[in-house]
Ligand binder design. Structure first.
Ligand SMILES: [Zn+2]
Length: 168
């Protein structure tokens, strides 16, 4: 880690807080919005869709290739999912793990869901599972890259790769 590490985080966090504030201002739930605007998938960085679920890149990733698997419907609990929706989320998770092994050569993954605000859910009312790729000896991608523009460029590049990998 280089010495400016603490400073590199600052612009990213500020952008994060600003964007969160923007998103919560008038647009309601962004996971619902993405699902309802399939014509804007590239802009939203939605990678692929199944009948009732979809995959989107996390705009504030913990590592390169951090994805969200979301139900299209606005519900926040596993017991509110239909069996079919649950199957589709699992199936998309499996598919994206393979795609991340192919594209960014991930060596491991953290896969999980934060249920409830006290468990760290940023959007507790709309169920989504995180897939965070890991590498042996990895350092935190965000603190290495640090710059908002660089991060967005690399997210765009990876988006195209992943779309190509799981393309319909
Ligand atoms: Zn929603």
């Amino acid at each position: 880690m280089g010495d400016g590490n603490a400073n590199l985080w600052a612009p990213w966090r500020m952008e994060y807080i600003r964007t969160l504030a923007e998103e919560h201002k008038d647009d309601g739930c962004f996971l619902c919005r993405y699902w309802q605007q399939p014509d804007r998938d590239r802009e939203s960085r939605v990678i692929t869709r199944s009948e009732s679920c979809y995959v989107v890149m996390n705009r504030f990733p913990y590592s390169n290739g951090h994805l969200l698997i979301a139900c299209g419907r606005h519900c926040g609990r596993f017991d509110e999912l239909t069996d079919d929706e649950h199957r589709q989320m699992t199936s998309l998770t499996r598919k994206m793990i393979l795609a991340l092994e192919e594209t960014v050569h991930a060596q491991g993954f953290n896969v999980g869901t934060n249920l409830g605000r006290c468990a760290g859910a940023g959007l507790p009312d709309h169920l989504h599972t995180h897939i965070v790729p890991r590498w042996s000896g990895d350092t935190n991608y965000m603190s290495v890259v640090g710059d908002v523009r660089v991060i967005n460029d690399s997210l765009d590049a990876l988006y195209e790769q992943l779309r190509g990998q799981v393309g319909d």
